[in-house]
Design a protein around this ligand. Structure first.
Ligand code: SF4
Length: 185
């Protein structure tokens, strides 16, 4: 009984350490499920010294087996569907999916094409959506920051401070700009 209790405590402790590590330093894996490459270039820009996403503790790496967050661009084509599912299944729990760009949200410019299944959530569950065609690096950073704040609400002020320090465009300005471009204001 005693051993059972301590095993459970150890498991809870390990889970807490794991959640803490994930929220402080999530590793991303990037997958293009049918994008025109516009969104991918913006994601790469967020990793350059100009925007430096790594300042938020975020690291891009190659293997889904080591990743916490799947960043997906483009609509899902019939050809890429199986690979997307395989990548998602290879990621360890807990895992999160961020859909970057209008195409990954709804199919966007490719919607209705014979080889398009729709947005990413037509195939796997999505936790955060970053709209835009393509979204600016600032929008990508805000989307990832929103996910981080959700994972560790007590770090919200620190993350906001880091964003301000990075000189990131305030979220309200991005929303205004988006509304202007889409003609809704
Ligand atoms: S949202 Fe725009 S830039 Fe991104 S994949 Fe679609 S068409 Fe290309």
């Amino acid at each position: 009984m005693m051993i059972q209790g301590s095993t459970q405590n150890l498991r809870q402790l390990l889970q807490r350490v794991r959640n803490w590590a994930l929220a402080n330093s999530p590793w991303l894996v990037h997958y293009n499920s049918g994008s025109c490459n516009g969104c991918d270039i913006e994601i790469l820009a967020t990793l350059t010294p100009r925007y430096d996403l790594e300042r938020l503790g975020i690291k891009l790496q190659g293997s889904p087996r080591h990743a916490d967050v799947l960043v997906c661009t483009g609509p899902v084509t019939r050809q890429s569907r199986e690979r997307l599912i395989r990548i998602y299944e290879q990621m360890p729990e807990p895992k999160f999916v961020v859909a970057v760009g209008t195409c990954s949200i709804s199919g966007g410019a490719f919607r209705g094409c014979y080889n398009i299944l729709g947005g990413v959530d037509a195939v796997i569950p999505v936790d955060a959506y970053i709209p835009g065609c393509p979204p600016r690096p600032e929008a990508v950073i805000h989307g990832v920051a929103a996910l981080l704040k959700q994972l560790q609400p007590q770090r919200a002020a620190e993350i906001d401070h880091l964003l301000a320090d990075m000189g990131a465009t305030p979220e309200e300005e991005l929303i205004d700009e988006r509304a202007e471009l889409s003609g809704t204001r």
